[in-house]
Each structure stands twice: as C-alpha cells, then as structure tokens.
Ligand binder design. Sequence first.
Ligand code: ASP
Length: 310
Amino acid sequence: MRDLITMDDLSNDEIIEILDSAERLLPVAMGEIYAPLLQGKVLGNLFFENSTRTRMSFESAMKRLGGEVVNLSSVGSSVAKGETLYDTMQMVDGYSDIAVIRHPRQGAAQYSADAVEIPILNAGDGAGNHPTQTMLDLFTIRQAHGTLEDLNIVLVGDLRFGRTTHSLSHALVRFGTKLTLVSPETLRMPNEIVRDLQSHGVDVTETEDLASTITEADVIYMTRIQKERFPDEDEYAKVAGVYKMTAEDLSGAKSNMIVMHPLPRVNEIHPSVDETAHACYFKQAFNGVPTRMALLCRSLGVDVPKEVGE
Ligand code: ASP
C-alpha cells in the first residue's frame, strides 16, 4: 500500500528517489514533453477545506501525465447533507485509482486510508501534517542549494498550527539540517515535535526575533498565521501581522538565501521582496506539479523512466 500520510512513510532514500523522479518530470510539468505515464488512471481530488495550489497542481500533474481527475469538495456534495467521511470514502474507492484528501480534522487522512483499498495522499489534515507540500519544499531547497544536508533553515510564523512546518521540520532534521524556529510565544512549535526534532541530534533553536536570524540563513520559510485554527478572533488579532518581511530586511542576507512560503501569504512577505533574487515562493508553488507527478507515479506503482519522453 502506497499511502503518504506523514513523512514517516518515506525513508530518506525514498525521498531522494522521488525528488530525482520529479526532476526528470520537469519538462512534462512545463508542458514541453507529453508523457502519458498515467493514462487510464483516475485521481480523486477530495477537498474538505480551501485549496488553490495543492488542488490545482495535483490536477495539472495528473492531466499532464495523461490521467483523469474527479473532484469532490464539501460544497456541492452530499457532505453538506451530513454524509460521513467513511461513507464518502467508500464511493471514492470505487470511482478512482488513487485519492488526495484535505480535511480540517487532524487524523482524517489516516482514517480515510484505513477505510479504503486505494492509495491515499494526505494533502493537509487540520493542524497535523502536509507531506506532499514537504516534498515540493525539499525539491525547491535542493534545486536552490544542490543539497538538503547541513543547511541553516529558519521556519517563521505560526509553528503551532502550521502543518507545513510540522512535516517539513521532521523531514529536514533527518538530513542533518540546522533549524531555527521563529514564532511568538503563543505560536511555538508543539513541545512533542520539538523533542522529536532534538532527538535527531541536530541543533534546534527557538526565538521570537526574526531579524537576528537573517544573515546566517540559507532558507527562510515564512508562514501565514492560521486564522481558521484559532478558537476566537481576539486571540488571532493579538498575533496577526507579527512578522512582516520587506526587501530592506534582507540587505544582510547571503546572496543565495531563498525565501519560501507555502502560500497563501497575507502580509508576512511584502511585495517588495518579490523583486529580489531571494524570492522563491512562486517557483516553489510551480514545483508542486513535478513533485506531485512523482508522488502519483510512486503510489500507483508506475516507474518514471530514466529518460522521460523517449
Ligand atoms: N496552503 C498551506 C496549507 O494548506 C499553507 C496555509 O494555508 O497557510 O497548509
């Protein structure tokens, strides 16, 4: 069974293999070559929470590989009539060969995987994990720095509810990355995750001060404060806008430092940063296509040839 629920489902060797496949699939992702590796396969795209990039890049990945996509969202489906996730998944099992699921409840992806025969890819379960995002983040980091090892990576923002940082930090420490976690006190990375990160023997530092981390960083990974996870508006208002990066803030950065963001951004990154050589978030979003192509192929048991398109 080739589910992807958390990064624990992949060994380091498998991660590298998938990134290598994604690299070979880049010309397909860009529409330069047509390689119908997934012809005749159907992807179920199940989104019970909002999505732009994950949903569209999975759809684009599937279509560029010759596959088909069926969509479900909580609006316009029987979910609104009260159908259970278990029952919905029974339909998906019959209508598609593989499914991608995003759900507001932590654990929903594992629950879905247990309920069906087809492979399930977790596209975000509440404040839990987002492993396909992590794979495209790793792809982007490797593309920029040529390695995943011994880098100095700064994760910034809502580390409490931000599922992208939970999965990413877990993967990075396995490659020996030094991590600096920047957040307000109330949005610190959960203790159990920090303990897990430290157990890998790498250097993990926590601070509230973004400015002090910029000159040493190889990657600064900004995140949005996860408004929808806050119990009330007042609590959100206390931390909204706590980190706002401008181009000027980056004047002391290393020349090859990249700024990443899983997007959508609210006000964490000022548009002036877009004009700098550090801005990498739009490329990162595009990288969702080749990376998700590689993940779809892996879960469907389809080898990506050494020479794609030949
Ligand atoms: N798009 C990412 C996610 O679904 C990040 C975010 O929404 O802030 O987790």
